[in-house]
Design a protein around this ligand. Structure first.
Ligand SMILES: Nc1ncnc2c1ncn2[C@@H]1O[C@H](COP(=O)(O)OS(=O)(=O)O)[C@@H](OP(=O)(O)O)[C@H]1O
Ligand SMILES: Nc1ncnc2c1ncn2[C@@H]1O[C@H](COP(=O)(O)OP(=O)(O)O)[C@@H](O)[C@H]1O
Length: 537
């Protein structure tokens, strides 16, 4: 979120001051686009009374069912403003908000454990300019445009089956969708299908994988939306877990596009349909029996039609990810060839995928020594590699930075940025800073994982051993008080709890430690197996 006053102090023709400009965060922006497109039957952002009523009862104060608070969180400095110009993340104006109420909530807890005050502005929004941001803009028509294309009035009773999904559609889903469309159709004609792809603003990959199934669903059309996510959904890396309120919200959006029935492709972990229907969505949420693959007849069917001894379920997400990581084709009973090919394009085998290897540990733990050896090994395997060693980075990229927490975090962020660019281009970046703070390491992980893989190695040599080695004489100086803020002596080191590999160098020599890391990279599939005979020393 960011706020500023455009042409601050200037006075418009009307004699009023220019409204402050504000770019909402991802959820606020998702709500805003759905309000402006007419996907929500709401004129703007909710007042406290409305938000509380919806959160408590699943209804607006006037009794209309609505599943989630539609609120706009703003920084404190905007509280009390009468108007706001809402923009996208690049600052392009989208809408004007006429503020009806400024209100405060105390949800969640801050770092100290106390409730944090969150500021909200409520009021109606009016469109200034249609949105142009986000991936696949041409696949984001408004509900009115979709209804017009079908030549239907909003209340036409011709059935339309919406499928809301945030994951690719494999054979199971496709068979199930076709069966539901047939059951809803009449005179042997299948009902039309509208696939609503719920993607983030930047996740073009997901939409491409879903779109790959388009030719396999006759009488279907596909639209892309960005739905705001409950915490449960946002927390999951692979799709997340939908709550009944998430599904009910999707039902309202699907209904606005003209759907009469909804199939929520949210996995078998999704909420019970009964709980979704209790929120009174404006269409029928279907509750189909889970389907299984019959290995004898080589067909997907409802579970009760398959002998349990011959029944196979879908591959779990982690298994799909592992198959792709190792460059193996997804089995043809599980996914259509074109969906498998699209996924393989989006998630190439790890031998071709960019990788950042981050070594973390105390000064003298062995990061540089191991990182050097690992770089040599990676190079011999045929991949390109860049070493971003702690000391070298400090002389180049981060020259002039101190060892304060702030500067250490800036240092690691710079390393992360360079590493993520190397990863983006399919290379291998090996980084060896102390990286003492968990939050900094997590930031690098997030930056890198946007483009490729991240592997954290904790060189867990105990402080006593590092101090006994004291290769550069720094520990002696730190003990004598000549170097302030020295990691492990007078500055913190937060032990990682998310390391992919822990190396202790006390009972191993450097060559053994290098070999352990190389073995982990081979087992993980990041290096070609054919090179297994090459020795690392
Ligand atoms: N105060 C203090 N604390 C820790 N380390 C210090 C300090 N002052 C200088 N050095 C030397 O700087 C190297 C660590 O730099 P990094 O960039 O890796 O540190 S950090 O990630 O920003 O915390 C580190 O190198 P390594 O021994 O290779 O780890 C030290 O040689
Ligand atoms: N198994 C091992 N792995 C890495 N270094 C080791 C190992 N055993 C002993 N050492 C020694 O520890 C020292 C580590 O120094 P260095 O690699 O510069 O650490 P850092 O980069 O973490 O400051 C080197 O002198 C190295 O020879």
């Amino acid at each position: 979120m960011s706020a500023h006053r455009q042409g601050s102090g200037s006075v418009e023709d009307t004699g009023r001051q220019a409204a402050p400009v504000f770019a909402p965060g991802p959820d606020g922006l998702a709500h805003l686009e759905l309000i402006l497109s007419g996907a929500y039957p709401l004129p703007g952002f909710m007042t406290r009374e409305e938000a509380v009523s919806v959160a408590d009862r699943g209804r607006l104060p006037d009794g209309r069912p609505w599943p989630v608070p539609v609120t706009l969180e703003v920084p404190e400095e905007l509280v009390g403003e009468e108007r706001l110009t809402l923009t996208d993340l690049e600052g392009a104006p989208l809408a004007e908000l006429a503020v009806r109420e400024s209100w405060e909530s105390r949800e969640g807890t801050g770092e100290s454990g106390a409730a944090v005050a969150r500021h909200h502005l409520a009021g109606d929004v009016s469109l200034l300019r249609p949105p142009t941001y986000g991936v696949l803009r041409e696949l984001r028509p408004t509900p009115a445009e979709v209804r017009a294309q079908r030549g239907l009035e909003p209340c036409a009773d011709q059935p339309l089956l919406a499928v809301v999904t945030d994951r690719p559609l494999h054979h199971r889903a496709l068979h199930q969708i076709r069966a539901e469309a047939e059951a809803l159709g009449s005179d042997g004609e299948r009902t039309e299908i509208l696939v609503v792809i719920d993607t983030g603003l930047h996740d073009e990959g997901l939409a491409a994988a879903v779109l790959a199934a388009e030719p396999l669903l006759p009488r279907s059309s596909f639209v892309v939306v960005t739905l705001p996510r409950s915490q449960a959904r946002a927390a999951g890396k692979l799709g997340g877990t939908w709550t009944e309120r998430d599904v009910a919200l999707a039902a309202h959006v699907a209904a606005a596009y003209g759907a009469t029935h909804l199939l929520a492709e949210v996995g078998e972990q999704g909420p019970e349909t009964e709980r979704v229907m209790a929120l009174r969505p404006p269409l029928t949420v279907l509750d189909p029996e889970p389907w299984r693959y019959d290995t004898e007849q080589e067909l997907w069917k409802p579970r009760t039609h398959v002998d349990p001894r011959a029944a196979l379920g879908e591959l779990p997400d982690a298994r799909v990810e592992a198959e792709l990581a190792h460059g193996r084709e997804l089995p043809s009973w599980f996914t259509p060839a074109r969906v498998g090919a699209e996924l393989a394009r989006l998630r190439p085998a790890r031998t071709e995928r960019g990788l950042t290897l981050l070594f973390t540990g105390l000064s003298g733990s062995g990061k540089s020594t191991i990182a050097q050896g690992v770089c040599d090994g990676i190079r011999r395997s045929g991949r390109t590699v860049t070493l971003l060693d702690g000391d070298v980075v400090r002389r180049m990229l981060s020259k002039g930075l101190t060892f304060s927490r702030e500067d250490r975090e800036l240092n690691i962020r710079r390393i992360g940025y360079v590493a993520s660019e190397i990863t983006r281009h399919g290379g291998v970046a090996v980084c060896a800073p102390i990286a003492p703070y968990a939050v900094g390491r997590a930031e690098v992980r997030a930056m890198v994982e946007e483009f490729g893989d991240f592997f954290l190695v904790h060189v867990a040599t105990p402080l006593e051993e590092c101090e006994a080695r004291d290769r550069k004489g720094l520990y002696a100086k730190a003990r004598a008080g000549e170097i302030p803020e020295f990691t492990g002596i007078s500055d913190p080191y937060e032990e990682p709890v998310d390391a992919d590999l822990v190396v202790d160098t006390v009972d191993a020599d450097p060559a053994e430690s290098v070999a352990r890391v190389m073995a982990a990279l081979r087992e993980g599939g990041w290096l070609p197996v054919a090179d297994q005979h090459v020795s690392e020393d």
